[in-house]
Design a protein around this ligand. Structure first.
Ligand code: GDP
Length: 439
Protein backbone atom coordinates (compact mmCIF):
# COMPACT_ATOMS: atom_id res chain seq x y z
CA UNK A 1 0.00 0.00 0.00
CA UNK A 2 1.31 3.49 -0.84
CA UNK A 3 0.19 6.52 1.14
CA UNK A 4 1.02 10.21 1.11
CA UNK A 5 3.82 11.20 3.46
CA UNK A 6 2.58 12.72 6.72
CA UNK A 7 3.31 16.46 6.91
CA UNK A 8 2.90 19.32 9.37
CA UNK A 9 1.19 17.53 12.22
CA UNK A 10 -0.66 19.50 14.89
CA UNK A 11 0.39 19.22 18.53
CA UNK A 12 -1.54 19.48 21.75
CA UNK A 13 0.39 18.52 24.86
CA UNK A 14 1.94 15.12 24.14
CA UNK A 15 -0.55 14.37 21.38
CA UNK A 16 0.37 14.60 17.74
CA UNK A 17 -2.48 14.66 15.25
CA UNK A 18 -1.37 14.15 11.68
CA UNK A 19 -2.89 15.97 8.79
CA UNK A 20 -4.95 13.60 6.71
CA UNK A 21 -2.88 11.03 4.84
CA UNK A 22 -4.28 9.55 1.62
CA UNK A 23 -4.01 6.09 0.15
CA UNK A 24 -2.65 6.47 -3.38
CA UNK A 25 -1.94 2.84 -4.32
CA UNK A 26 -3.56 -0.24 -2.81
CA UNK A 27 -0.54 -2.47 -3.47
CA UNK A 28 2.97 -1.02 -3.34
CA UNK A 29 4.57 -4.10 -4.91
CA UNK A 30 6.87 -6.91 -3.85
CA UNK A 31 9.62 -4.80 -2.35
CA UNK A 32 11.86 -5.55 0.64
CA UNK A 33 10.45 -5.09 4.10
CA UNK A 34 11.56 -1.49 4.49
CA UNK A 35 9.38 1.50 3.65
CA UNK A 36 10.05 3.07 0.27
CA UNK A 37 9.70 6.82 -0.08
CA UNK A 38 9.33 8.16 -3.60
CA UNK A 39 12.14 10.47 -4.88
CA UNK A 40 10.11 13.62 -4.15
CA UNK A 41 9.26 12.45 -0.66
CA UNK A 42 5.55 12.86 -1.42
CA UNK A 43 4.50 9.27 -0.84
CA UNK A 44 5.71 6.25 1.02
CA UNK A 45 5.20 2.63 0.03
CA UNK A 46 4.54 -0.01 2.67
CA UNK A 47 5.65 -3.40 1.29
CA UNK A 48 3.37 -6.44 1.67
CA UNK A 49 5.80 -8.19 4.01
CA UNK A 50 5.71 -5.30 6.46
CA UNK A 51 1.93 -5.10 6.22
CA UNK A 52 1.57 -8.81 6.86
CA UNK A 53 3.93 -8.74 9.80
CA UNK A 54 1.73 -6.12 11.47
CA UNK A 55 -1.55 -7.74 10.41
CA UNK A 56 -0.45 -11.05 11.91
CA UNK A 57 -0.26 -9.33 15.30
CA UNK A 58 -3.60 -7.59 14.87
CA UNK A 59 -7.07 -8.49 16.13
CA UNK A 60 -10.04 -7.06 14.28
CA UNK A 61 -13.09 -6.54 16.49
CA UNK A 62 -16.44 -6.57 14.69
CA UNK A 63 -19.31 -5.17 16.80
CA UNK A 64 -22.58 -6.51 15.49
CA UNK A 65 -26.25 -6.12 16.29
CA UNK A 66 -28.93 -7.75 14.13
CA UNK A 67 -27.13 -7.23 10.84
CA UNK A 68 -28.19 -9.44 7.90
CA UNK A 69 -26.13 -12.68 7.83
CA UNK A 70 -24.92 -12.07 4.27
CA UNK A 71 -23.62 -8.63 5.27
CA UNK A 72 -21.71 -10.08 8.21
CA UNK A 73 -20.27 -12.77 5.97
CA UNK A 74 -19.15 -10.07 3.51
CA UNK A 75 -17.36 -8.13 6.25
CA UNK A 76 -15.57 -11.29 7.44
CA UNK A 77 -14.38 -12.05 3.92
CA UNK A 78 -12.72 -8.63 3.76
CA UNK A 79 -10.59 -9.15 6.87
CA UNK A 80 -7.01 -10.16 5.94
CA UNK A 81 -6.26 -13.79 6.67
CA UNK A 82 -3.48 -13.21 9.19
CA UNK A 83 -5.69 -11.13 11.53
CA UNK A 84 -7.53 -12.64 14.48
CA UNK A 85 -11.27 -11.95 14.18
CA UNK A 86 -13.30 -11.06 17.29
CA UNK A 87 -17.05 -10.97 16.66
CA UNK A 88 -18.94 -9.29 19.51
CA UNK A 89 -22.64 -9.65 19.01
CA UNK A 90 -25.60 -8.05 20.71
CA UNK A 91 -28.04 -9.66 18.30
CA UNK A 92 -31.40 -11.04 19.33
CA UNK A 93 -31.38 -14.45 21.04
CA UNK A 94 -34.90 -15.82 21.27
CA UNK A 95 -36.26 -19.36 21.09
CA UNK A 96 -37.97 -18.45 17.86
CA UNK A 97 -34.87 -16.89 16.39
CA UNK A 98 -31.30 -17.09 17.72
CA UNK A 99 -29.46 -14.69 15.45
CA UNK A 100 -26.23 -15.11 17.40
CA UNK A 101 -26.20 -18.87 16.79
CA UNK A 102 -26.45 -18.12 13.09
CA UNK A 103 -23.65 -15.54 13.25
CA UNK A 104 -21.39 -17.93 15.17
CA UNK A 105 -22.07 -20.63 12.57
CA UNK A 106 -21.15 -18.22 9.76
CA UNK A 107 -17.90 -17.40 11.53
CA UNK A 108 -17.14 -21.10 12.10
CA UNK A 109 -17.78 -21.93 8.46
CA UNK A 110 -15.74 -18.96 7.25
CA UNK A 111 -12.76 -19.91 9.41
CA UNK A 112 -12.72 -23.60 8.53
CA UNK A 113 -9.57 -23.23 6.42
CA UNK A 114 -7.41 -22.23 9.33
CA UNK A 115 -8.26 -18.75 10.52
CA UNK A 116 -8.09 -17.54 14.11
CA UNK A 117 -11.35 -16.17 15.49
CA UNK A 118 -13.48 -15.76 18.59
CA UNK A 119 -17.14 -14.90 18.99
CA UNK A 120 -18.96 -13.82 22.12
CA UNK A 121 -22.41 -12.50 22.95
CA UNK A 122 -22.71 -9.21 24.83
CA UNK A 123 -25.54 -10.55 27.01
CA UNK A 124 -23.72 -13.69 28.15
CA UNK A 125 -24.13 -13.72 31.97
CA UNK A 126 -20.74 -15.41 32.42
CA UNK A 127 -19.03 -12.70 30.36
CA UNK A 128 -20.65 -10.09 32.61
CA UNK A 129 -19.59 -11.95 35.74
CA UNK A 130 -16.03 -12.24 34.42
CA UNK A 131 -15.81 -8.52 33.64
CA UNK A 132 -17.29 -7.64 37.02
CA UNK A 133 -15.04 -9.86 39.11
CA UNK A 134 -11.98 -8.79 37.10
CA UNK A 135 -12.56 -5.17 38.12
CA UNK A 136 -15.00 -3.32 35.85
CA UNK A 137 -18.47 -3.59 37.44
CA UNK A 138 -19.38 -0.27 35.76
CA UNK A 139 -19.95 -2.12 32.48
CA UNK A 140 -22.92 -4.00 33.96
CA UNK A 141 -26.53 -2.89 34.10
CA UNK A 142 -29.14 -3.46 36.82
CA UNK A 143 -29.78 -6.97 35.48
CA UNK A 144 -26.08 -7.80 36.02
CA UNK A 145 -25.49 -8.08 32.27
CA UNK A 146 -23.17 -6.03 30.09
CA UNK A 147 -24.95 -2.86 29.08
CA UNK A 148 -26.35 -2.41 25.58
CA UNK A 149 -24.40 -0.19 23.23
CA UNK A 150 -21.86 -0.35 20.46
CA UNK A 151 -19.15 1.08 22.71
CA UNK A 152 -19.90 -1.48 25.41
CA UNK A 153 -19.59 -4.26 22.79
CA UNK A 154 -16.24 -2.86 21.67
CA UNK A 155 -15.01 -2.74 25.27
CA UNK A 156 -16.02 -6.39 25.71
CA UNK A 157 -14.12 -7.19 22.51
CA UNK A 158 -11.03 -5.44 23.84
CA UNK A 159 -11.32 -7.31 27.13
CA UNK A 160 -11.51 -10.60 25.22
CA UNK A 161 -8.36 -9.70 23.27
CA UNK A 162 -6.50 -8.57 26.38
CA UNK A 163 -7.38 -11.75 28.28
CA UNK A 164 -7.37 -14.44 25.61
CA UNK A 165 -5.06 -13.25 22.83
CA UNK A 166 -1.73 -12.46 24.53
CA UNK A 167 0.20 -12.22 21.23
CA UNK A 168 -1.95 -9.43 19.82
CA UNK A 169 -0.18 -6.06 19.66
CA UNK A 170 -2.62 -4.07 17.52
CA UNK A 171 -6.38 -3.91 17.63
CA UNK A 172 -8.69 -2.61 14.92
CA UNK A 173 -12.45 -2.13 14.67
CA UNK A 174 -14.65 -2.54 11.61
CA UNK A 175 -18.43 -2.23 11.59
CA UNK A 176 -20.47 -5.31 10.68
CA UNK A 177 -22.79 -3.38 8.37
CA UNK A 178 -20.40 -2.50 5.55
CA UNK A 179 -21.73 -3.80 2.24
CA UNK A 180 -18.40 -3.88 0.38
CA UNK A 181 -15.87 -6.53 1.48
CA UNK A 182 -13.14 -4.71 -0.48
CA UNK A 183 -13.67 -1.61 1.68
CA UNK A 184 -13.23 -3.64 4.86
CA UNK A 185 -10.07 -5.16 3.40
CA UNK A 186 -8.67 -1.73 2.62
CA UNK A 187 -9.48 -0.44 6.13
CA UNK A 188 -7.46 -3.25 7.72
CA UNK A 189 -4.52 -2.59 5.40
CA UNK A 190 -4.81 1.11 6.19
CA UNK A 191 -4.49 0.29 9.90
CA UNK A 192 -1.31 -1.68 9.26
CA UNK A 193 0.09 0.99 6.91
CA UNK A 194 -0.47 3.67 9.54
CA UNK A 195 1.44 1.66 12.12
CA UNK A 196 4.22 0.97 9.61
CA UNK A 197 4.57 4.65 8.65
CA UNK A 198 4.70 5.57 12.33
CA UNK A 199 7.66 3.22 12.85
CA UNK A 200 6.08 -0.16 13.65
CA UNK A 201 6.96 -2.96 13.91
CA UNK A 202 10.03 -1.77 15.75
CA UNK A 203 11.94 -2.79 18.87
CA UNK A 204 10.11 -0.22 20.99
CA UNK A 205 6.56 -1.17 20.17
CA UNK A 206 5.07 0.61 23.15
CA UNK A 207 4.83 3.86 21.19
CA UNK A 208 1.15 4.79 21.36
CA UNK A 209 -0.46 5.14 17.95
CA UNK A 210 -4.05 5.37 16.80
CA UNK A 211 -5.06 5.10 13.13
CA UNK A 212 -8.46 6.42 12.08
CA UNK A 213 -10.03 5.87 8.68
CA UNK A 214 -11.79 8.60 6.73
CA UNK A 215 -13.94 6.96 4.07
CA UNK A 216 -13.29 8.39 0.60
CA UNK A 217 -17.03 8.79 0.11
CA UNK A 218 -20.31 7.77 1.64
CA UNK A 219 -22.40 7.35 -1.51
CA UNK A 220 -26.14 7.91 -1.49
CA UNK A 221 -28.81 6.56 -3.80
CA UNK A 222 -30.68 9.50 -5.32
CA UNK A 223 -33.46 9.07 -7.86
CA UNK A 224 -32.23 5.58 -8.69
CA UNK A 225 -28.60 6.65 -9.18
CA UNK A 226 -25.61 6.27 -6.92
CA UNK A 227 -24.16 9.63 -6.02
CA UNK A 228 -20.46 9.16 -5.17
CA UNK A 229 -19.90 12.84 -4.49
CA UNK A 230 -21.11 12.66 -0.88
CA UNK A 231 -17.83 13.12 0.96
CA UNK A 232 -19.02 13.09 4.53
CA UNK A 233 -21.85 11.54 6.51
CA UNK A 234 -24.55 13.81 7.96
CA UNK A 235 -23.42 13.09 11.50
CA UNK A 236 -19.66 13.25 10.84
CA UNK A 237 -19.80 16.72 9.33
CA UNK A 238 -21.47 18.11 12.47
CA UNK A 239 -19.16 16.37 14.94
CA UNK A 240 -15.98 17.13 12.95
CA UNK A 241 -16.99 20.79 12.76
CA UNK A 242 -17.42 21.19 16.52
CA UNK A 243 -14.34 19.16 17.35
CA UNK A 244 -12.30 21.42 15.08
CA UNK A 245 -13.81 24.52 16.67
CA UNK A 246 -12.60 23.15 20.01
CA UNK A 247 -9.17 22.21 18.69
CA UNK A 248 -8.68 25.65 17.17
CA UNK A 249 -8.82 27.08 20.69
CA UNK A 250 -6.03 24.87 22.00
CA UNK A 251 -3.56 24.02 19.21
CA UNK A 252 0.07 24.75 19.84
CA UNK A 253 1.52 26.15 16.58
CA UNK A 254 0.19 24.23 13.59
CA UNK A 255 -3.42 23.23 13.40
CA UNK A 256 -4.43 19.98 11.73
CA UNK A 257 -7.98 19.48 10.55
CA UNK A 258 -9.76 16.56 12.22
CA UNK A 259 -11.78 14.60 9.65
CA UNK A 260 -12.32 11.41 11.66
CA UNK A 261 -14.26 12.34 14.81
CA UNK A 262 -16.74 9.49 14.24
CA UNK A 263 -14.39 6.94 12.66
CA UNK A 264 -16.00 3.55 13.34
CA UNK A 265 -13.07 2.05 11.46
CA UNK A 266 -10.04 2.74 13.62
CA UNK A 267 -7.18 0.88 15.24
CA UNK A 268 -4.66 1.36 18.01
CA UNK A 269 -1.67 -0.26 19.56
CA UNK A 270 -2.82 -2.64 22.27
CA UNK A 271 -0.73 -0.70 24.78
CA UNK A 272 -2.81 2.40 24.02
CA UNK A 273 -6.10 0.48 24.00
CA UNK A 274 -5.42 -0.68 27.56
CA UNK A 275 -4.75 2.85 28.79
CA UNK A 276 -7.59 4.71 27.08
CA UNK A 277 -10.80 5.35 28.92
CA UNK A 278 -13.69 4.39 26.65
CA UNK A 279 -17.16 5.87 26.34
CA UNK A 280 -20.34 3.90 25.83
CA UNK A 281 -22.63 3.70 22.82
CA UNK A 282 -21.79 5.82 19.81
CA UNK A 283 -19.78 8.21 21.98
CA UNK A 284 -16.84 5.83 21.90
CA UNK A 285 -15.19 7.22 18.77
CA UNK A 286 -15.42 11.00 19.36
CA UNK A 287 -14.54 10.42 23.02
CA UNK A 288 -11.08 9.17 22.02
CA UNK A 289 -10.18 12.68 20.85
CA UNK A 290 -11.79 14.70 23.60
CA UNK A 291 -10.50 12.53 26.41
CA UNK A 292 -6.94 12.44 25.08
CA UNK A 293 -7.02 16.22 24.69
CA UNK A 294 -8.54 16.89 28.04
CA UNK A 295 -6.17 14.69 29.96
CA UNK A 296 -3.15 16.10 28.19
CA UNK A 297 -4.22 19.73 28.27
CA UNK A 298 -5.18 19.75 31.88
CA UNK A 299 -1.76 18.40 32.65
CA UNK A 300 -0.08 21.05 30.51
CA UNK A 301 -2.23 23.83 31.96
CA UNK A 302 -1.74 22.75 35.56
CA UNK A 303 1.61 20.94 35.57
CA UNK A 304 1.97 20.74 39.33
CA UNK A 305 -1.20 18.87 39.99
CA UNK A 306 -1.79 15.22 39.38
CA UNK A 307 -4.60 14.59 36.89
CA UNK A 308 -7.60 15.60 38.94
CA UNK A 309 -10.34 13.08 39.46
CA UNK A 310 -12.87 15.59 38.24
CA UNK A 311 -11.43 15.51 34.73
CA UNK A 312 -11.08 11.77 34.47
CA UNK A 313 -14.64 10.79 34.09
CA UNK A 314 -18.29 11.32 34.02
CA UNK A 315 -21.18 9.17 33.23
CA UNK A 316 -24.68 9.68 32.14
CA UNK A 317 -27.21 8.42 29.72
CA UNK A 318 -26.87 7.65 26.10
CA UNK A 319 -29.42 7.07 23.42
CA UNK A 320 -28.06 3.69 22.34
CA UNK A 321 -26.69 2.42 25.61
CA UNK A 322 -28.59 1.73 28.80
CA UNK A 323 -29.60 4.56 31.08
CA UNK A 324 -27.73 4.80 34.32
CA UNK A 325 -28.20 6.83 37.41
CA UNK A 326 -25.12 5.93 39.40
CA UNK A 327 -22.27 8.34 39.93
CA UNK A 328 -19.11 8.79 37.95
CA UNK A 329 -17.73 5.43 36.92
CA UNK A 330 -14.08 6.21 36.36
CA UNK A 331 -13.39 9.38 38.31
CA UNK A 332 -11.22 7.68 40.88
CA UNK A 333 -8.99 6.22 38.23
CA UNK A 334 -5.92 7.95 36.87
CA UNK A 335 -3.81 6.17 34.29
CA UNK A 336 -0.28 6.65 33.03
CA UNK A 337 -1.55 7.99 29.71
CA UNK A 338 -1.32 11.66 30.65
CA UNK A 339 2.44 11.82 30.29
CA UNK A 340 2.94 9.48 27.32
CA UNK A 341 3.15 10.67 23.69
CA UNK A 342 0.26 9.55 21.54
CA UNK A 343 0.16 9.89 17.76
CA UNK A 344 -3.19 10.01 15.98
CA UNK A 345 -3.08 9.30 12.24
CA UNK A 346 -5.99 9.99 9.92
CA UNK A 347 -5.97 8.10 6.64
CA UNK A 348 -8.36 8.54 3.75
CA UNK A 349 -9.35 5.37 1.93
CA UNK A 350 -9.74 4.87 -1.81
CA UNK A 351 -12.86 2.73 -1.41
CA UNK A 352 -16.21 4.30 -0.56
CA UNK A 353 -18.30 3.07 2.36
CA UNK A 354 -21.73 1.64 1.68
CA UNK A 355 -24.00 0.69 4.53
CA UNK A 356 -27.72 0.76 5.12
CA UNK A 357 -29.17 4.22 4.96
CA UNK A 358 -30.36 5.25 8.40
CA UNK A 359 -33.22 7.56 9.27
CA UNK A 360 -33.11 11.15 10.49
CA UNK A 361 -33.68 10.14 14.13
CA UNK A 362 -30.60 7.91 14.10
CA UNK A 363 -28.51 10.66 12.53
CA UNK A 364 -29.71 13.21 15.09
CA UNK A 365 -28.90 10.77 17.91
CA UNK A 366 -25.44 10.18 16.44
CA UNK A 367 -24.41 13.81 16.10
CA UNK A 368 -26.12 14.60 19.41
CA UNK A 369 -23.95 12.00 21.08
CA UNK A 370 -20.81 13.38 19.42
CA UNK A 371 -21.69 16.92 20.47
CA UNK A 372 -22.51 15.97 24.04
CA UNK A 373 -19.21 14.08 24.23
CA UNK A 374 -17.35 17.27 23.32
CA UNK A 375 -19.61 19.53 25.41
CA UNK A 376 -19.18 17.55 28.65
CA UNK A 377 -15.45 17.00 28.30
CA UNK A 378 -14.13 20.41 27.34
CA UNK A 379 -10.97 21.52 29.04
CA UNK A 380 -11.58 22.84 32.55
CA UNK A 381 -8.55 25.00 33.08
CA UNK A 382 -8.87 28.62 34.18
CA UNK A 383 -6.57 29.59 31.31
CA UNK A 384 -9.28 28.61 28.83
CA UNK A 385 -12.41 29.33 30.90
CA UNK A 386 -13.87 32.12 28.75
CA UNK A 387 -13.20 30.35 25.46
CA UNK A 388 -14.77 27.10 26.68
CA UNK A 389 -17.82 28.93 28.06
CA UNK A 390 -18.35 30.72 24.72
CA UNK A 391 -18.01 27.45 22.81
CA UNK A 392 -20.49 25.76 25.12
CA UNK A 393 -23.12 28.41 24.61
CA UNK A 394 -22.65 28.25 20.84
CA UNK A 395 -23.14 24.48 21.00
CA UNK A 396 -26.29 24.94 23.07
CA UNK A 397 -27.65 27.42 20.52
CA UNK A 398 -26.90 24.97 17.70
CA UNK A 399 -28.69 22.10 19.47
CA UNK A 400 -31.71 24.28 20.29
CA UNK A 401 -31.93 25.46 16.70
CA UNK A 402 -31.72 21.92 15.29
CA UNK A 403 -33.85 20.00 17.78
CA UNK A 404 -35.79 22.53 19.85
CA UNK A 405 -34.55 21.08 23.16
CA UNK A 406 -31.37 20.16 24.98
CA UNK A 407 -32.04 16.42 25.29
CA UNK A 408 -29.19 15.59 22.90
CA UNK A 409 -26.67 16.94 25.37
CA UNK A 410 -26.87 14.08 27.88
CA UNK A 411 -23.40 13.20 29.11
CA UNK A 412 -22.07 9.92 27.72
CA UNK A 413 -21.20 6.88 29.83
CA UNK A 414 -17.47 6.72 30.49
CA UNK A 415 -15.65 3.62 31.71
CA UNK A 416 -12.22 3.19 33.27
CA UNK A 417 -9.36 1.94 31.07
CA UNK A 418 -8.95 -1.78 30.60
CA UNK A 419 -5.70 -1.74 32.51
CA UNK A 420 -7.79 -1.87 35.72
CA UNK A 421 -8.74 -5.46 34.86
CA UNK A 422 -7.17 -8.50 36.48
CA UNK A 423 -6.41 -10.33 33.23
CA UNK A 424 -5.78 -13.87 34.55
CA UNK A 425 -9.06 -13.69 36.49
CA UNK A 426 -10.84 -12.31 33.44
CA UNK A 427 -9.41 -15.07 31.23
CA UNK A 428 -10.63 -17.85 33.50
CA UNK A 429 -14.05 -16.18 33.86
CA UNK A 430 -14.44 -15.72 30.10
CA UNK A 431 -13.62 -19.38 29.49
CA UNK A 432 -16.86 -20.18 31.33
CA UNK A 433 -18.93 -17.99 28.98
CA UNK A 434 -21.32 -20.34 27.19
CA UNK A 435 -21.54 -18.10 24.13
CA UNK A 436 -17.76 -17.98 23.70
CA UNK A 437 -16.66 -19.68 20.55
CA UNK A 438 -12.94 -20.03 19.95
CA UNK A 439 -11.81 -21.09 16.50
P1 GDP B 1 -23.78 3.61 11.90
O1 GDP B 1 -23.43 2.53 10.90
O2 GDP B 1 -22.58 4.35 12.35
O3 GDP B 1 -24.91 4.44 11.50
O4 GDP B 1 -24.25 2.87 13.25
P2 GDP B 1 -24.91 1.44 13.40
O5 GDP B 1 -26.09 1.58 14.29
O6 GDP B 1 -25.16 0.81 12.08
O7 GDP B 1 -23.79 0.63 14.20
C1 GDP B 1 -22.47 0.48 13.76
C2 GDP B 1 -22.01 -0.94 14.09
O8 GDP B 1 -22.18 -1.21 15.47
C3 GDP B 1 -22.79 -1.99 13.33
O9 GDP B 1 -21.91 -3.03 12.99
C4 GDP B 1 -23.80 -2.47 14.37
O10 GDP B 1 -24.24 -3.79 14.12
C5 GDP B 1 -22.98 -2.37 15.63
N1 GDP B 1 -23.76 -2.18 16.88
C6 GDP B 1 -24.75 -1.29 17.13
N2 GDP B 1 -25.21 -1.41 18.39
C7 GDP B 1 -24.49 -2.41 18.97
C8 GDP B 1 -24.50 -3.03 20.27
O11 GDP B 1 -25.28 -2.70 21.18
N3 GDP B 1 -23.58 -4.02 20.48
C9 GDP B 1 -22.73 -4.47 19.51
N4 GDP B 1 -21.90 -5.47 19.82
N5 GDP B 1 -22.71 -3.91 18.29
C10 GDP B 1 -23.58 -2.89 18.01
Amino acid sequence: MRVTTPTNPGHVGHITIDREIEVVELDAGEAPTRLIADPNGETVGVPPLTLNKILSKMAIIVPCKNEPPETIRGVLTGIPKSCTIILVSNSRRAHSEDRYAREAAILQEFCKHGRKALAIHQKDPCAAAAICSAGMPELLDAARLIRNGKGEGMILGLAVVAALCPDVQYVGFVDADSKIPGSTHEYCRIFASGFAVSGHPSPSEDEHVMVRVHWSAKPKVREGRIDFSVAEGRSSCVVNYWLNRYLNLVWEGHAAQVTTANAGEHAMTMSLALKMRMAGGYAIEPFHYVDLLKRQLNLVATPNTSPPASVIGSEGVHSDSDSVTSSDSSSSYSSSLESIPVRVMQIRSLNPHFHNETGDDHITAMWGTGLSTIYHHLLDSSEYDDKMADLKSEMEEFVMEKTGNMNSLHPPMVYPPLEVLDLPLLASGLQRATSLQQI
